[in-house]
Design a protein around this ligand. Structure first.
Ligand code: ACO
Length: 399
């Protein structure tokens, strides 16, 4: 309803771009996406090659330091992370302060924010050694915090990390292990979780990553910046879609609706029903991450004993959508979230933990982007302009 070009002139601003749909805020050498071609590469390596050959730890190293590690470099990285998993006992006390039914995402962001108070020796963004120490501390402690948030929400005791295990194995034990019982790791589950974390590890300037960079542009420390990113990820339009997919599939199952009838509702735009897990702001082709998950979903769910009926509904919906003009014309394809919820559920995670798992996966991306931002001589404090539409000037009334 406003004359934007007039407002632009008034303000002296040059572009009006809500949601930054067409504005590059930075250069970056970390992640390459071609949304039309369905391509995703970390540091030049195609995501499907990394998914096949790499581990989450190795991909984290690649994103943060720029190159694949040698075996010795990977071993050193792994060992450093294992040595930093313990949380200060007083920080553990925080978990008693939240209500039992607290969502684990705000618990995670609060505890990550609190790391600035416990680890004051690694807060200087311009001291390389301190940045390195913060990097290792976050990689080691964030999964532990995430597991504790889960344990508290189900009323179980917190376990100490077992540093004979790697990051992913340790996380699983902290989530599912019990105090007086030995934990038997399911290698299929560990491998599946590792793969899902790789697929979420970075996605260039998405909402949470842009938040990390914006907060960091004021020279806020890494803990503070990443805590802000976790809060951005908490929003249902960003990190919560996999939960919505699972709810949609369950609803279709329990109401006995035929997938084709549900599709008609979506196409007729009945009461805002969308096919959750379909469509993406950047991908106008098959999301390459969804392709990888789809290829392994049956296999993983078969091994983990997941809900095959829900998977069948999902595959029927996808099959119908890919052959339907509505979806073809709008270039709507499955995104990464279409199959992940089913797999997380089969692993035994409650729905509230789905976004937390996304955060663990995205952590190396956030760290890499924060470090790139801090070293970039072109970084300026983020400070967008606005087009003012309020009253121009008013006189305070005489009383
Ligand atoms: N189901 C049905 N129709 C859809 C869907 C969908 N999932 N997504 C988009 N459309 C339609 C819209 O109704 C619109 O149709 P119209 O032109 O007739 O009005 C057209 O496609 C374009 O949609 P926009 O909302 O303009 O596309 P945008 O790029 O802004 O939205 C988004 C992308 C938010 C992901 C959208 O596709 C959506 O809501 N998807 C479902 C939620 C989801 O899966 N989110 C996860 C994203 S991935 C991630 O965060 C990891």
């Amino acid at each position: 309803g406003y004359d934007v070009s007039k407002l632009l002139k008034q303000t002296g601003a040059v572009t009006f771009d809500p949601g930054f749909m067409n504005t590059a805020a930075t250069t970056s050498a970390i992640t390459y996406i071609d949304g039309d071609a369905g391509i995703l590469r970390y540091r030049g390596y195609p995501i499907d090659q990394l998914a096949e050959h790499s581990s989450f730890l190795e991909v984290s190293y690649l994103l943060i330091y720029g190159n694949l590690p040698s075996p010795a470099e990977l071993e050193a990285f792994d060992q450093k992370i294992r040595r930093h998993t313990l949380l200060h006992e007083e920080l553990k006390g925080f978990f008693n302060g939240f209500p039992r039914d607290a969502h684990p995402m705000p618990v995670l962001s609060s505890a990550v924010s609190a790391l600035s108070t416990f680890y004051q020796d690694s807060l200087d963004p311009f001291d390389d050694e301190q940045v390195e120490l913060s990097t290792i501390r976050l990689m080691a402690k964030l999964p532990v915090i995430a597991a504790y948030a889960h344990k508290k929400s189900i009323g179980q005791a917190l376990l100490y990390p077992d540093n004979s295990m790697n990051l992913v194995e340790n996380f699983m034990r902290l989530c599912f292990g019990l105090p007086a019982e030995p934990y038997e790791l399911d290698p299929d589950m560990a491998k599946a979780l590792d793969l899902l974390l790789i697929l979420h590890a970075d996605h260039e300037q998405n909402c949470s990553t842009s938040t990390v960079r914006l907060v960091g542009s004021s020279n806020a420390n890494m803990f503070a910046s990443i805590s802000a990113g976790i809060n951005a990820l908490f929003g249902p339009l960003h990190g919560g879609a996999n939960e919505a997919v699972l709810n949609m599939l369950r609803q279709i199952q329990s109401s006995g609706t035929k997938p084709e009838d549900f599709m008609e509702k979506v196409k007729n735009k009945e009461a805002g029903v969308r096919l959750m897990g379909f469509g993406h702001r950047v991908y106008k082709n098959y999301d390459p991450r969804a392709r990888i998950i789809k290829a392994t979903a049956h296999d993983i769910l078969g091994k983990l004993g997941g809900n095959d009926e829900l998977l069948d509904i999902a595959m029927r919906l996808e099959e119908k959508a890919l052959a339907d003009d509505y979806f073809i014309e709008r270039k709507l394809y499955p995104n990464v979230d279409f199959y992940t919820g089913l797999i997380y559920k089969a692993m035994g995670f409650p729905e509230k933990m789905f976004t937390v798992l996304f955060a663990i996966g995205r952590l190396p991306g956030w760290i890499a982007q924060w470090r790139e931002m801090i070293k970039d001589p072109d970084t300026k404090i983020g400070r967008p302009r606005q087009l003012y539409t309020g009253e121009l000037e008013r006189q305070y009334p005489a009383r």
